[in-house]
Ligand binder design. Sequence first.
Ligand SMILES: [Fe+2]
Length: 189
Amino acid sequence: MSITREQAHEILMKYMEGERYIQHSYAVECIMRGLAKRLDPERVEFWGIVGLLHDLDEEHCDWEHDLSVHGPTSVEILKKEGVEDQELFDAICSHNPKSGVKAKTKLQYAVLAADPMSGFCKAVAQIYPDKRIASVKAKSVRKRFTEARFAAGANREYMSMITHTGLTLDDLIDIALEEMNAISDQLGL
Ligand SMILES: [Fe+2]
């Protein structure tokens, strides 16, 4: 069975407790929806679900010691919940290349790039006195992107992979800021 957004959200709430993780899931969901509007407009909801569930196993596997389990454990959880959707499973695993699944499709490159971009935009927002995403300009994101020491954990290489979808890094930045701003209350930004 594939799932609706409502079912995906129910599963997320059942397995994810940390507020920071939940906000991150919403952030990647909204960026994925924004990317889908440009890349796969018929399937905006599905792309969003991939974003929403990409870190489902965050609190259920020991990824700090073995990163390869991050992704496959989400698949196990989803199967246990009765979900059967190979495209969803592969996309979730591909957001973590260490899982052994390398991105090949636009959907997979999109989640690989959207994941670090959500955290990166949040990090840029933290610089501003009001810490609001609404204060962040695309130009500042681009400038910080070139500063390797700024938000060093946000993988520049993965964000740049967005070009494999036909969009540019600037497109990704614009879409991320617009979509995150639209749900800033949910993101605590
Ligand atoms: Fe993530």
